[in-house]
Design a protein. Structure first.
Length: 119
């Protein structure tokens, strides 16, 4: 079992930055693929970023590429999402997820943290 708790969301003006944190417990993230997703009101949940532990590769949705960065701190068992140059379209509930099998099937999810970007 993996428990995930997100934090760091808030209200920010367009062009601003936020750093989301995802604190994991129950298993070390050193051998876990981790991802960030988001869901805006009235929209489907969408992929934002992924960190693959085996290759240390990072993947991003086109809409956030160049603005968002996923990273991890193994000592703190925490995954981060640094979000820069935020836009109103980035407004959503952001979720952290863990994929233990590495097959892009995320078995564990956090409760989400709200990000609101004002224009």
């Amino acid at each position: 079992q993996v428990q995930l708790v997100e934090s760091g969301g808030g209200l920010v003006q367009a062009g601003g930055s936020l750093r989301l944190s995802c604190s994991a417990s129950g298993r070390t993230i050193s051998r876990l693929d981790m991802g960030w997703f988001r869901q805006a009101p009235g929209k489907e949940r969408e992929f934002v970023a992924r960190f693959r532990w085996s290759s240390l590769s990072k993947y991003y949705a086109d809409s956030v590429k160049g603005r968002f960065t996923i990273s991890r701190d193994i000592a703190k068992n925490t995954v981060y999402l640094q979000m820069n140059n935020l836009k109103p379209d980035d407004t959503a509930l952001y979720y952290c997820a863990a994929d233990p099998s590495g097959d892009s099937q995320y078995d564990y999810w956090g409760q989400g943290t709200q990000v609101t970007v004002s224009s």
